[in-house]
Design a protein around this ligand. Structure first.
Ligand code: IDP
Ligand code: MG
Length: 153
C-alpha cells in the first residue's frame, strides 16, 4: 500500500554530519522524498511530537535532546514505507538493532539514536501534520523507480 511516513534526523545525527548518509538510505532504497526541511524544534513542537511519552521517566531528557539542535524533517513516500522504514532504522536500543540498520551502524545508546520514524499510519499522519503544511509537500513528480514500475504494468 502506498503510504507516507515522517522521518527525522535527530540533533545528534545532524551534529555528527550524518544528514546526507541518512537521507541516502531512503533514496537508495527507492523511496520518494516529498518533504524536506531543517528546523530547530521549539519546546511546544517537541511536546506535541512526543506527547505519547509524557510522564515517562525519560520524557524530560527526550524533550531536552530533541530541542538541543536542529533536526532534518522529511516526509517519505512509498509502498509500505511505514513498517519498512522502521526496519531500516532498527530497534530503539541500538544494541538490539539488526546489523546494517541505521541505528546499528551509527548509534550506541538508546537515548541518542540518530533517527526518528513514525511507527504506524496514525502516528505518521499526526507527525506529518505537526511538522509540515500541505503546501510544503511536493508529491507530484515521478521517481525513476516509479516510472520503471509503471512501464512494466
Ligand atoms: P522509537 O524512537 O524507536 O519509536 P520510542 O519508544 O517511541 O522509540 O521513544 C522515543 C525516543 O525516546 C527514542 O527514540 C529515544 O530517543 C528516547 N528514549 C526511549 N526510551 C528511552 C529510555 O529508556 N531512556 C532514554 N531515552 C529513551
Ligand atoms: Mg516512537
Amino acid at each position: 500500500m502506498l503510504e507516507r511516513t515522517f522521518i527525522a534526523v535527530k540533533p545528534d545525527g545532524v551534529k555528527r554530519n550524518l544528514i546526507g548518509k541518512i537521507i541516502s538510505r531512503f533514496e537508495e532504497k527507492g523511496y520518494k522524498i516529498i518533504g524536506l526541511k531543517m528546523l530547530l524544534p521549539t519546546l511546544e513542537l517537541a511536546e506535541k511530537h512526543y506527547a505519547e511519552h509524557k510522564g515517562k521517566p525519560f520524557y524530560p531528557r527526550l524533550i531536552r535532546y530533541i530541542t538541543s539542535g536542529p533536526i532534518v524533517a522529511m516526509v517519505v513516500e512509498g509502498d509500505n514505507v511505514i513498517a519498512v522504514s522502521r526496519r531500516m532504522m532498527g530497534a530503539t536500543r541500538p544494541e538490539e538493532a539488526e546489523a546494517g540498520t541505521i541505528r546499528f551502524d551509527y548509534a550506541i545508546c538508546k537515548e541518542f539514536n540518530i533517527i526518528h520514524g513514525s511507527d504506524c499510519l496514525e502516528s505518521a499522519q499526526r507527525e506529518i501534520s505537526i511538522y509540515f503544511k500541505d503546501e510544503e509537500l511536493c508529491p507530484n513528480w515521478t521517481t525513476t523507480l516509479e516510472k520503471i514500475m509503471d512501464d512494466e504494468k
